[in-house]
Every structure is written in structure tokens, then in C-alpha cells.
Design a protein around this ligand. Structure first.
Ligand code: SAH
Length: 393
């Protein structure tokens, strides 16, 4: 169905072309977007001025056929949408003002209580700035899925990649970030619509080669002087050893440890992440490339990445979500959530914490494992909603 023609009936998007991460975040952060979706109905005079008016006007071109009934309906809806623009803008402003006022009131109340000695002033710990540290791990986004995605899914994916970059940049332990099979509409979007901003992203590589070749290149870089240090959850791993640990379906731990001498001759360690894999990731290992499928498909292509990895003889693993969480919905996550979870793991070494911090609230994820009293009581804090690009709800 015609996507553009369909949009007015849904009243969903303000701008169809610029669905960037920023826009998505902006739209989602509005207090109550539902209230903005009911613009005033279009008055008859207004409708007459709009596209429909031309229906009765003398035809300028002899061949222009009159619009069909459904086209007329669409045009009316489109006109209503246009007419509601100012209303929605005013409503947004109103909501924003009310929010600011509410916050100011709450702050004043708190200050008064503190002044009266009713409550103690909260001690706000100063956030210490710690320089991000490079670790010898690569997150590689396999961007070879152009033909599987609709245009708007490409837009979502570009927003997700932007998120991956900024999350990695601000993480305490920074990984190497690579986009393999860089090309197609995704690349064009970054170059033209997003005005090549990606070229300014430090530490991100864009390679034409496929994920296997790109991972081999990263293997050498991770072993080299710029590879990074074993820090965070990787601290204590033996220097000079590479260990890939995943748990197979048969509940056997598969660990391959390689000595220094063997290391240079060693095959690159690659794990393709897929929720369809029978194996479960236990931990992240140094000198390893973790491949994430760069695709937004709302799960139309189940098993696509899993089969791609198997065909190339690459080991696969799913995140240990089932081991740590009980969830209401399925566990196919977006590219940026998968990356964010692994980044969090690098900081804490705790999958439970990582899932709680990242998995969207609406998935109602709760910790399965009782770790200690306090955490057991805690609610899932999540990181807010990330509708855009979610695979399955
Ligand atoms: N149908 C696609 C789904 C893409 S989801 C497929 O065949 O995989 C985008 C990517 O995020 C996946 O390719 C996978 O690399 C990663 N991913 C999503 N959920 C995951 C999970 N639970 N465990 C491991 N990787 C996951």
C-alpha cells in the first residue's frame, strides 16, 4: 500500500522524511502525545480551499481524471492534518509550559521543606569524569541487508547506528565499532540526508568488505598497539590469551584458550549474535569480534542472520536473556539495544544489570535470579521507550 497516502489516516508522524534518532527521541519525550493527535476538525470553507476544491474547478488539462472516492477521502484527511498543524504546535507549547511549571512547583515545595527542617537536603554525588578506556573487543554491524528492508526501516536502522556510536563513545569501556558491507541505501542516507556526519565519528570504521573479512582485519588491530586494555569486566583475563566462551545447547561450556605463540597464527574469533542461536553467550572475551545483524525487519526474516553465520561456518550465540529475565514478550532486540547491553556488561560484568538498564519498560522484563534482597525488590528502570526499529513487541 502507498505509505505516504496512508500516513494522514494514522496521524502518526510530523515529518515522514526526517525520522532521525533526534526526532524519534523528541517525539517520544512529549508529555502526552496522544493529546496532540486530535487536531480540530476542518471547517467546510477550509476544505474547499484545499486540494478538493480543485475537483470542481474547470480542468486545466483535458485528461486529468476526477479523483476516486478513496482519493477524495485521503485528500480530506490530508487537509485536516494540515489544518491541525497550528493547533498541535500550540498544544505542545501548552504541555511544555505546564511541565515546566509543575517542576518549578515541586522544586519550591522541596526547598521549603528543607528550609523548615522537615527533610534533609539530598546529597548529590559529584559525577566523576573518567576517561573512556579502549578495550580489545569489536562490535561489528553487518550492513549487508539492504534488499530486506523498506525505506523507513533503513531510516530506523540509521538512527540505531547513530545510537550505537554515541553509546559506545560515552561508555566507560569503549569497543572498536565497525560497519561491514557498507553501501546501499544506508550509506547513501548517511552521505546525503545526514550530510556525512558519520565521517566525523571517531573510532568507527566503514568497510566495503563482508563481516568475515572485516573481522579478520579487526583481529589484527585488536592484537596491535591500538587494540586496547583488559579493563572493566575484562580485567583479570590473561594477557595474551583469547577465550571465547559460549554455552551450547547441550549445556556444555565451550571455551577455547589460546597461548601467546599460537595467537598470531590463530583464526580470528568471531561470534555472530542471533536470538535464533541454540547457544548462549556467557561472557564477552577479549580479541573477539561480535557481529550484530544490521537489519530492521520486524521479524519478517526469522533466522536470517543465524543461517548466514552458519553458512560461513561462524559460531553463533544469543544473549542470555532467558537465564536472567522473565519477559512478557519475545526477545528479539534492536541493534542499538544489543550493543548497549554488551557495553553495560563491559562496565559491570553483570548481565542482569545490563538487561534491566536497557530492555524497554513495556517488555516488562524482571530479574529472574534473586541476587540480593534490595535488587530483588527493585522495579525495572529501563531506559525509556525506543519504539523505532523494535523488532517484535
Ligand atoms: N530477523 C533478524 C532480526 C534482526 S534483530 C535476524 O535474522 O536476526 C537485529 C540483530 O540484533 C540481530 O541480527 C542480532 O544480531 C541482534 N539480536 C537481536 N536480539 C538478539 C538476542 N536476543 N540475542 C542475540 N542477538 C540479538
Amino acid at each position: 500500500m502507498d505509505d505516504i497516502g496512508e500516513r494522514p489516516s494514522k496521524f502518526r508522524k510530523l515529518d515522514t522524511s526526517e525520522d532521525t534518532a533526534e526526532n524519534v527521541i523528541k517525539n517520544e519525550s512529549m508529555d502526552n502525545p496522544a493529546e496532540l493527535t486530535s487536531p480540530p476538525s476542518v471547517k467546510e470553507e477550509e476544505q474547499e480551499e484545499d486540494p478538493l476544491a480543485s475537483i470542481d474547478a474547470p480542468a486545466t488539462s483535458a485528461v486529468a481524471p476526477p479523483p476516486s472516492k478513496s482519493q477524495q477521502k485521503k485528500l480530506i484527511k490530508q487537509a485536516a492534518w494540515e489544518a491541525g498543524k497550528d493547533y498541535r504546535k500550540a498544544k505542545r507549547k501548552e504541555l511544555h509550559k505546564a511541565k515546566v511549571a509543575r517542576k518549578a512547583e515541586a522544586r519550591q515545595e522541596l526547598e521549603e521543606k528543607i528550609a523548615k527542617g522537615e527533610i534533609e537536603a539530598p546529597v548529590v554525588p559529584k559525577k566523576q569524569f573518567r576517561r573512556p578506556m579502549q578495550v580489545p573487543i569489536t562490535f561489528l554491524i553487518d550492513c549487508d541487508f539492504d534488499e530486506y528492508m523498506a525505506e523507513k526501516e533503513i531510516v530506523s536502522l540509521s538512527a540505531q547506528l547513530t545510537r550505537c556510536y554515541s553509546d559506545n563513545k560515552s561508555n566507560q569501556y569503549r569497543t572498536h565499532l565497525v560497519m561491514s558491507s557498507w553501501g546501499g541505501r544506508l550509506k547513501t542516507r548517511f552521505e546525503i540526508v545526514l550530510a556525512n556526519t558519520h565521517l566525523g565519528w571517531k573510532g568507527v570504521k566503514y568497510l566495503d568488505s563482508d563481516f568475515v573479512t572485516a573481522a579478520a582485519e579487526m583481529h589484527d588491530i585488536m592484537k596491535g598497539p591500538e587494540g586496547g586494555k583488559l579493563a572493566g569486566a575484562l580485567a583479570g583475563e590473561g594477557e595474551g590469551t583469547s577465550e571465547v566462551k559460549i554455552i551450547t545447547e547441550a549445556h556444555q561450556e565451550v571455551t577455547s584458550e589460546i597461548s601467546d605463540e599460537a595467537l598470531s597464527a590463530q583464526e580470528p574469533s568471531i561470534v555472530y549474535l542471533s536470538s535464533d542461536s541454540p547457544n548462549t553467550l556467557d561472557r564477552l572475551s577479549p580479541n573477539t569480534t561480535y557481529v550484530v545483524g544490521g537489519i530492521v525487519d520486524k521479524n519478517r526474516y526469522k533466522g536470517l542472520c543465524y543461517h548466514r553465520a552458519c553458512a560461513r561456518g561462524i559460531q553463533t550465540a544469543k544473549l542470555p536473556i532467558g537465564e536472567y529475565m522473565t519477559m512478557q514478550s519475545r526477545t528479539v532486540l534492536t541493534v542499538n539495544h544489543v550493543v548497549e547491553i554488551m557495553l553495560k556488561w563491559l562496565e559491570t560484568g553483570d548481565w542482569g544489570d545490563a538487561f534491566l538498564a536497557v530492555i524497554p519498560k513495556r517488555k516488562e522484563a524482571k530479574l529472574r535470579v534473586k541476587r540480593d534482597e534490595e535488587e530483588d525488590e527493585s522495579e525495572n528502570e529501563g531506559n525509556g521507550e525506543e519504539e523505532d526499529g523494535e523488532q517484535v513487541s
